[in-house]
Ligand binder design. Structure first.
Ligand code: FAD
Length: 317
């Protein structure tokens, strides 16, 4: 028996969420009295996973898997799970992971709990805490199938360093043409900027910023903080910012350590996607803006005055 974790990488390097799910897998393995094994695809730093409690890494080197492909990746994970007799399979809650985890779960007839935020409350019955009602509450969910699939929310469990060493073995899944029925041929990504999913800090702007020409100060603030930039839905609908930055119920979920909302009213659909962030700071001229009720810190003020002062102050650190 083992715990298998899919550790995501990009250009060979493990993503931050890979280190978090590796740490989570090590904890589950400890609770079950077994080992945590990782499956990585075209990653180059596999032995480093030992630091996070992984005892063995199955590394797949396959050019056909150089871009994400849900079926091909899911089939690879399923074969690794069978080879390792995995009782629990762990993924992140990234967009890719949320795409492939249901395929893994269907293939193995395993129950799947996404958006899990803490180590299992109990292993018998296997019970996990997950977010519910668009992050407005939590639910305790039992997975009663023999094999379980768990999707861990980003920035929920944290990264824990253990002093173990990982052995690395190559793993060669048998993949057929049918596993590549869809294929991404080109993936455009802004290089060098933190992504919303992985960022510790997200600086987000809303319609209160009046127009795209005023985004310079949002980007400057994000640069000073090493943050990703995001926006409310109307901002991307108006074409002020790319759709990839739209966060909320119908956009990307944000689970950062710090979320700074500037000129955003805090509509329920926006809050639904950002409320998993640990600390929320709101800058808004209207003291009655609903976002203040959900905020940890608030500044009632004009973004055009507050943000430049904030940037100057932060530059001093
Ligand atoms: P507004 O509501 O126009 O708020 C602008 C805010 O800026 C105001 O609070 C104002 O006081 C403040 N302001 C103005 N000037 C300044 C200034 N100089 N300095 C500081 N503050 C200032 N929205 C999302 O964001 N994400 C979603 O995923 C999403 N999904 C939706 C799904 C559905 C089905 C529906 C119906 C709506 C959805 N919406 C979503 C839209 C949502 O209901 C709100 O309309 C939207 O979030 C409002 O965006 P906003 O806060 O940027 O703009």
């Amino acid at each position: 028996m083992s715990v298998l974790v899919y550790t995501e990488s990009e250009n060979g390097k493990f993503k931050k969420n890979a280190l978090e799910v590796a740490s989570y897998a090590a904890e589950v393995a400890k609770l079950l009295g077994t080992n945590a094994v990782s499956i990585s695809i075209n990653a180059t730093e596999n032995e480093t996973l030992g630091t996070y409690g992984i005892s063995k890494v199955l590394n797949v080197s396959n050019d056909k898997l150089s871009t994400f492909n849900a079926k091909g990746y899911a089939n690879t994970i399923v074969q690794a799970a069978k080879a390792e007799n995995a009782q629990v399979i762990i993924t992140s809650s990234s967009t890719d992971a949320k795409y492939l985890a249901p395929l893994v779960s269907a293939s193995l007839k395993a129950g799947y709990a996404p958006n899990v935020v803490a180590a299992p409350e109990s292993t018998s019955p296997f019970t996990v805490k997950r977010t519910a009602f668009s992050n407005k509450g939590f639910a305790l969910t039992q997975i009663n199938t023999e094999i379980k699939v768990v999707g861990v929310s980003n920035n929920s469990f944290g990264i824990i360093e253990n002093a173990t060493t990982a052995t690395v073995e190559s793993f060669d899944p048998s993949l057929e043409d049918n596993d590549f029925s869809t294929k991404s041929t080109k993936v455009d990504k802004v290089i060098g900027k933190a992504t919303i999913a992985d960022a510790d800090i997200v600086v987000s702007g809303g319609r209160g910023l009046k127009g795209p020409e005023n985004w310079g100060m949002i980007e400057k603030l994000a640069d000073v903080l090493g943050a990703a930039t995001a926006c409310s839905k109307p901002v991307s609908d108006l074409g002020w910012r790319p759709h990839g930055e739209h966060v909320g119920q119908t956009g990307k979920p944000v689970a950062s350590n710090l979320y700074i909302a500037i000129g955003i009213s805090g509509a329920i659909q926006h809050l639904a996607g950002v409320s998993a962030s640990k600390t929320k700071v709101v800058i808004n001229t209207d003291p009655e803006a609903p976002f203040f009720k959900a905020a940890d810190y608030g500044i009632v003020g004009d973004a055009f005055e507050v943000v430049p002062q904030l940037i100057e102050k932060l530059k001093e650190f």
